[in-house]
Unconditional design. Structure first.
Length: 639
């Protein structure tokens, strides 16, 4: 059984899609990949395909199916899914099996009589004209199917909510839902595979099967005399066991040879290799069990109704929502495309967001694959032009370039530091922190020996190190340093200790970290998570400069409008990170309410202070200087 066509009109976010499923020169189905952003209708299209399979199945087994309760559809029919500004939606699916055409049609209309009068809906498409006119809904399937048609194919749908219960989970609540039966009035299995470990029981049966080949031992001195020339029965792996081994090797990689370990008493199926040894498949990772289940489910369902199992013979349909779910980029790029290529006669239909999976498919299948962009349904002939792929590779390129530049800058600073002796090397989270500290120290301690020893990290073109400072400090501490290195953080993170007697941490090798010390006055409390700007008074922070001013959180009402009416802060009321002390500058998400209003950046503020030293008080910065002096003296006494 294969799909040959799907057409969707005015359904959900889909305006008009018509796709003809393609087959290669050998009449084998070509995989179909649905791509697009979240909310573009990918899962909706898959649901239509799955629903058609279930209705085809219901026509044969009636209510003895496992996918839905009696007299209920798998997919809820609702006029609310009719696309806005339209009155009628239509879903049409055509499939074929053994030369027979199967059709499925679902129609919903807010104005059913008008839809019939205008020819938007034809009577032959309806299950019942009277019912359609009454409730505006119709589902109809047609085609002559037999139970043998379902027995001769593997059908599987892996929904986004598919489950995986790891071995380490205590008291798992998800039990096996494996269904297989020989009853003539029931299908062999449930095509909805929401429990990835339902293959376990079948795996046990496969591995307990023993096959022996007669082998005649050679007649030479290396064989005990009683056994020379005798014929013995030698165990060999069955074809199914070989298939499973090849699948595991694809998932894990081909650099390790795997063997199967079976424990009948413990009902465990395991795989062991030179560097790999687990008790059963429940110890696979989520990504591994996803891949393993996709492949083994198709094999299992075929095995239930066929005596001889060969990968090239397995026919059917495998539908996977978010095929890259839980997959590392290597699994997506390498393993998944190789696995689906093992099944040339299975029609794979799946969605993905992974540029790595798309790149792997391109490498494995070249042009022998269909990719359509949702919700337009437009074929993507060149996946390199696919926007998500371009964005991903561009992001990697930019990050790699930025990281290389950052590493180069760090190496230069490290070399510079190594040429100095008896220095105090200071690195701050932001460039403005360094500007404030250096300016204050020059004013407060113009002739200090300690101040003259201080060197500042050169940020080059970068405005902030942010979270990277913590990583740099740890890296610096891994090798000997002749000079003292101090990483200084704000008090909003990496807080060393709120114990006022503990001012810094020693990371080793003359590397230290500290937070800017807390303040205690009318405007600042010890527990406040302050940044360097809070070393000035609130009125100083809000100083009007030639370019504008900074704002604080207490300058805005609960709705996010500034008290002067000049600015509106987007999502202010729901932003838990904003407090009365928050510094709000030009980098924040603000909407201007008055053309004459101006707001500056933190860098503009720091440069203004440097040019107008007489307007600001720098006494609070002595607290930072005292800790730096304490660290330096501690380092000297230790050395």
């Amino acid at each position: 059984m294969y799909f040959t066509k799907i057409k969707i009109e005015n359904y959900g976010c889909i305006k008009d899609i018509e796709h003809n499923f393609h087959f290669d020169a050998n009449n084998n189905p070509i995989p179909l990949v649905l791509i697009g952003k979240n909310g573009s209708g990918k899962t909706l299209l898959l649901a239509c395909l799955v629903d058609s399979l279930i209705e085809f199945k219901r026509s044969v087994y009636h209510e003895n199916i496992y996918e839905t309760e009696k007299n209920k559809y798998y997919r809820l029919g609702s006029r609310s899914y009719i696309k806005t500004n339209n009155n009628t939606s239509k879903v049409s699916v055509i499939a074929k099996v053994e030369g027979k055409n199967l059709t499925y049609c679902e129609i919903a209309s807010r104005l059913p009589q008008e839809a019939l009068d205008k020819g938007e809906v034809m009577q032959h498409e309806l299950n019942s004209v009277e019912q359609f006119l009454e409730n505006g809904f119709s589902r109809k399937q047609s085609g002559s199917l037999k139970k043998l048609d379902f027995a001769n194919c593997s059908l599987a749908y892996f929904p986004i909510e598919r489950r995986y219960t790891p071995k380490w989970l205590q008291n798992p609540v998800i039990q096996s839902q494996n269904i297989q039966t020989d009853a003539v009035d029931k299908p062999k299995s449930n095509l909805i595979k929401d429990n990835l470990l339902e293959i376990n029981d079948w795996l046990m049966n496969v591995y307990l099967e023993k096959v022996y080949n007669p082998v005649t031992l050679p007649d030479n001195v290396d064989i005990p005399e009683d056994f020379r020339g005798r014929t013995v029965q030698f165990p060999v792996p069955t074809y199914l066991q070989q298939i499973i081994s090849s699948i595991v090797n694809i998932i894990k990689g081909n650099d390790i040879n795997y063997k199967q370990n079976t424990s009948r008493k413990n009902k465990q199926i395991g795989y062991a290799g030179e560097n790999f040894n687990i008790e059963d498949v429940a110890q696979f990772s989520e990504g591994e069990i996803n891949l393993f289940s996709f492949a083994l489910t198709m094999v299992k369902d075929w095995d239930l109704t066929h005596n001889d199992v060969k990968l090239n013979d397995i026919k059917g349909i495998c539908i996977i929502d978010e095929a890259d779910l839980g997959l590392h980029m290597d699994f997506a790029y390498r393993a998944f495309p190789k696995l689906i290529k093992l099944f040339p006669k299975v029609q794979f239909i799946f969605t993905t967001h992974s540029p790595f999976l798309l790149a792997g498919l391109k490498k494995e299948f070249e042009n022998n694959i269909d990719i359509i962009d949702m919700p337009s349904g437009v074929p993507v002939n060149n996946i390199e032009s696919f926007s998500e792929l371009q964005e991903a590779f561009s992001l990697f390129d930019n990050q790699a370039l930025e990281m290389a530049q950052r590493i180069e800058s760090l190496e230069k600073e490290t070399k510079r530091l190594q040429t100095l002796t008896d220095k105090i090397f200071i690195a701050t989270e932001g460039k403005t922190d360094m500007l404030h500290i250096k300016n204050a120290f020059d004013i407060l301690y113009p002739d200090s020996d300690i101040k003259d020893k201080i060197e500042y990290f050169d940020f080059s073109k970068k405005d902030t190190l942010g979270d990277e400072l913590k990583k740099f400090a740890k890296a610096w501490s891994t090798s000997p340093n002749a000079n003292v290195i101090i990483a200084i953080y704000d008090r909003d993170k990496y807080i060393v200790n709120n114990n006022p007697t503990l001012h810094f941490n020693c990371l080793g090798n003359n590397v230290y970290e500290m937070n800017i010390p807390a303040l205690e006055n009318e405007e600042r409390q010890f527990e406040d998570k302050i940044c360097i700007e809070h070393y000035y008074t609130n009125s100083e922070i809000k100083t009007n400069t030639e370019k504008g001013r900074l704002y604080m959180g207490n300058d805005f009402d609960k709705f996010g409008t500034s008290n002067d009416g000049y600015w509106s802060y987007k999502n202010f009321a729901n932003n838990n990170s904003i407090s009365e002390l928050s510094i709000i500058d030009s980098s924040c998400p603000l909407e201007q309410k008055d053309d004459s209003s101006k707001i500056i950046s933190k860098t503009d503020f720091a440069n203004y202070i440097i040019g107008h030293k007489d307007k600001f008080n720098f006494d609070n910065f002595s607290k930072i200087f005292d800790v730096i002096k304490e660290i330096y003296n501690s380092a000297k006494s230790t050395n």
